[in-house]
Design a protein around this ligand. Structure first.
Ligand SMILES: *Cc1c(COP(=O)(O)O)cnc(C)c1O
Length: 207
């Protein structure tokens, strides 16, 4: 198996299908961490929906409450036993739960998973057309994108930040892009232009 940092490789459908088969055949619990991929990021409400995978446990946080601190562990009703026996000082916080409810309402009302799916696949194609020898691969799902470079990404992140685009690395050579799910197509194009510019494909970044 390839070693990779968390966001840098979408799961292979065959791998997930085999995981589901093994878990069903041997009674193994599949725990899926959707702290980053959940709530529309990959173009579905949860990334496991891309694969038809029904997790035994689903870990959620970050976008669950639109920036308000919250985490949640969901357990399938196939699971019987002491999942509910865990205690937590701030668990079940009513304010956090209210914010999460409202966040989910907005996410669904604005069809953000569908937007991430449509804008994300258009953007992926756009980024794949950047003709640079520095790019090894562009991959992603929805609005979760990684650009695998053939060299260290850090200087490019600095140049992007100077031009107004905040991005992170996923490992030493992957440019990680997680734009807001409500970003418009024009801003996505601006980011693509600025990436072309920092990679030396074009001369002038367009504003
Ligand atoms: C941030 C993150 C976590 C940790 O979430 P906490 O709410 O800080 O516990 C776990 N998994 C992934 C994939 C993350 O991105």
């Amino acid at each position: 198996m390839r070693t990779a940092s968390t966001t840098s490789h979408p799961a292979e459908p065959d791998f997930v299908a085999e995981l589901a088969r093994l878990s069903a055949a041997r009674g193994i619990l599949v725990a899926v961490d959707e702290v980053q991929t959940g709530f529309g990021r990959t173009g579905r409400l949860f990334a496991c929906e891309h694969f038809g995978l029904e997790p035994g446990l689903l870990c959620l946080a970050k976008s669950i409450a639109g920036g308000f601190p919250m985490g949640a562990l969901l357990a399938s009703d196939r699971i019987q036993g002491p999942v509910g026996a865990h205690g937590s000082t701030f668990g079940g916080n009513p304010l956090a739960c209210a914010v999460a409810n409202r966040t989910l309402d907005c996410l669904l009302a604005e069809s953000l998973p569908e937007r991430a799916d449509e804008e994300g696949s258009r953007w992926l194609s756009r980024l794949r057309r950047i003709d640079s020898p520095l790019i090894e691969e562009v991959r992603g799902l929805g609005l979760m994108v990684g650009i695998q470079l053939r060299e260290r990404v850090a200087p490019h992140l600095d140049a992007l930040a100077d031009s107004g685009v905040l991005a992170l690395a996923a490992g030493p050579k992957v440019l990680r892009l997680l734009p807001p799910l409500n970003i418009d197509a024009r801003d996505l194009e601006t980011v693509a232009e600025k990436i072309r510019w920092v990679l030396g494909v074009s001369r002038q970044p367009r504003e």
